[in-house]
Each structure stands twice: as C-alpha cells, then as structure tokens.
Design a protein around this ligand. Structure first.
Ligand code: NAI
Length: 332
C-alpha cells in the first residue's frame, strides 16, 4: 500500500467539513489504495468542537485513515500537505451579499497562502471552497509564489452538479445521462450556467441538450436564474448554506483533479485565467477543463454565442471588481 499523504481541511469544525471528512477517510476521493493523514485546521475557539469531530473520525474505524491532527496553527496543519481543502471562512447568512464577506475573508486566505508557501509540498493541490471562492483562490496563490498558480483552484463544481441535476429533472432522465454542462465565471449569482455545449443521452444516442429541451427561453432564463440563485434558495429554506452538497462537490472536484476526467467529458473549475475565451488574465474564472496526470487543460474552441459573451463579460467584470476590492483590503 502507498505511503500516506497529508490532506488538509480548514474550517474543520464547520458544516461542510463534517460531510467532507467522511468521504476523505472512506477513500471516496483519493481512492481505496491511498492512506491519508488528516490535518484539521480551525480557529482556537472551535478546538473543543473539533475534538468531538476527531472522536467521531476515530469511531469511524476506517483503515485508510492513519493519523489525525486537530490544530489552530497553520504550520503543522500545512506541513508537507499534498492536497488541501480551504473551506474555513465566514459563511454567508440570509440576506448577506458576497461583497460583505470579501473583506472578512481575504485576510484569512493571505495568511493561509503564506503558510502553504512555507510548509506545503510544491505540488500541493489546493481547492478553495470558502467564499468568495474565486477571489480567495487568487489571493492565496498570490501569497504562495513558490507553488505554481495552476495548483490553486476554486470550487464551482456544486454549481455544475446543480445545473446537471436541473437539466436531468427537466428532461426526466437519469443524472448520468447529462454531460458537459459548463459553469463560467464566478461562484456567485453572476455565474453563467451554460447548457449550450451539454449533451444528453436519449435511447442510447448522445444529443445536444438545446435540441432535446427545445425551449431556449427556459434554457437562457429560467435555468440560468435557478442555478445562479440556488445557493440563496437553500439558505432561505435551511437557514444555513449548502453543506452536504458542497462537501460532495468538493470531493468530486478533487477526485477528478487527482484521477483525471473521463474521455469526452469536461468539468468546471475556477482556474487562473490564461486569456482563453477573451477572459481577462489574472482572475480565477470557472472554465471547462479536462484533466490528465493531475494537470488540467482549459477546453478550447467552444462556440461562444453573443448571448454567452454578454454573460461571460458580466461575471468577468465582477471578478475584476472583487480583485480590486481584495487588493484594497490587503493594502489597509
Ligand atoms: P461553517 O460556518 O459551518 O464552518 C466554517 C468553519 O471555518 C468554522 O468552523 C470556523 O470556525 C472556521 N474558520 C473561520 N476562520 C477560519 C480560519 N482562519 N482558519 C480555519 N478555520 C476557520 O461554514 P460552512 O457551511 O462549512 O461553509 C464554509 C465556507 O464554504 C463558507 O465560506 C461558505 O460560504 C462556503 N461555501 C462555498 C460553496 C462553493 O460552492 N464554493 C458552497 C457552499 C458554501
């Protein structure tokens, strides 16, 4: 059996972590042959709660879980980290706008970027879940200059999963029959969930989703808005932000990064823009990618309609604004 790898989860005493940790310990993300050491980072006042989480991890009695370290200190947490889930931050509450969150959270991601730079493996894979996820990932990468920028990604997989589920429900097909729905841009209400490139398998044949849905108004308006506002709808109903589905999406994202995507399929990830599709460089923008050997490649050559172009520009503008606000906060 392989040597254990260090896997870090921040916000380890929180809601998302509570669902994520079981997946990690059970081998659903790094596979059944990869033992792991869990490094659980949270803030000092949460150490008591984290102790309870550690007890539960012990009680899972799972053989892949070798060692668990609960801590409020970034140094031992990030030491030799191979994979990192940056979940810890202040969650969005009902009625709270993402911009309010930004100021509180970018400082956390600066500190964690610096700690990653000093203590983590240089090939560490960092997935940022904590909001505003795209901009936090940008900040984190900026403060970890010794780690390649490609190793920092932000999670839009929950949006992708939501979009795939909405199309499957609309067409009355199983979820795995729907492929290649794209989330472009920010993990926010400006994101553009795009079914124009998606396919659905009907009676064993793969067809474009727009051809099968036959309702552009639904695809361009109802579908887009439903996915954009799904997070807020869950908060309104549950009085807390999505956690079970967010943890599942985080596992999906990291598993695909680790093991690669299936032939002919792509997934959406917030990655540092290289200017593809006319997206401004140096923002973390959700794009369709394929992955092999733990390296992602941005899918090229997709047709961008003028409708899509306008949506991409809106979400890119928001990300540029977030970057400017983050820089202002960090300079204060
Ligand atoms: P939660 O409030 O249950 O847990 C957050 C945890 O982070 C708390 O235990 C808190 O003490 C900890 N924390 C705060 N500052 C920290 C720091 N500096 N270092 C380490 N830990 C720290 O929140 P929940 O529901 O687990 O959500 C976590 C984040 O994920 C939120 O920002 C939320 O908005 C975001 N989120 C992102 C999604 C996405 O699709 N990208 C989807 C759903 C949530």
């Amino acid at each position: 059996m392989a040597a254990p790898i260090n896997v870090v989860v921040t916000g380890a005493a929180g809601q998302i972590a509570y669902s994520l940790l079981y997946q990690l310990a059970a081998g659903s993300v790094f596979g059944p042959d990869q033992p792991i050491n869990l490094r659980l980072l949270d803030i000092e006042p949460m150490m008591g709660v984290l102790k309870g989480v550690v007890m539960e991890l012990e009680d899972l009695a799972l053989p892949l879980l070798k060692d668990v370290l609960p801590t409020a200190d970034p140094e031992p947490a990030f030491k030799d980290a191979a994979a990192v889930f940056l979940v810890g931050s202040m969650p969005r509450r009902e009625g709270m706008e993402r911009k309010d969150l930004l100021a509180a959270n970018v400082k956390i991601f600066k500190i964690q970027g610096e700690a990653l730079d000093k203590f983590a493996r240089k090939d560490v894979k960092v997935l940022v879940v904590g909001n505003p996820a795209n901009t936090n990932a940008l900040i984190c990468s900026h403060y970890a200059p010794s780690i390649p920028k490609e190793n920092f990604t932000a999670m839009t997989r929950l949006d992708q999963n939501r979009a795939q589920a909405a199309i499957a429900a609309r067409l009355g097909v199983a979820i795995d029959k729907v492929k290649n729905v794209i989330i472009w841009g920010n993990h926010s209400s400006t994101q553009y969930p795009d079914a124009a490139q998606a396919t659905v398998e009907v009676n064993g044949t793969s067809k474009p989703v727009p051809e099968v849905v036959k309702d552009d108004k639904w695809l361009n308006e109802v579908f887009v808005e439903t996915i954009q506002k799904r997070g807020a709808a869950v908060i309104a109903a549950r009085k807390m932000s999505s956690a079970m589905s967010a943890a599942k999406a985080a596992g999906d994202h990291m598993r695909d990064w680790w093991f690669g995507t299936k032939p002919g399929q792509y997934v959406s990830m917030g990655v540092v823009s290289d200017g593809s599709y006319g997206i401004p460089k140096d923002i973390v923008f959700s794009l369709p990618v394929t992955i092999q050997n733990k390296q992602y490649k941005i899918v090229q050559g997709l047709n961008i309609s003028s409708f899509a172009r306008s949506k991409l520009d809106i979400t890119a503008k928001e990300l540029e604004e977030e970057r400017a606000e983050a820089n202002t906060v960090l300079q204060q």
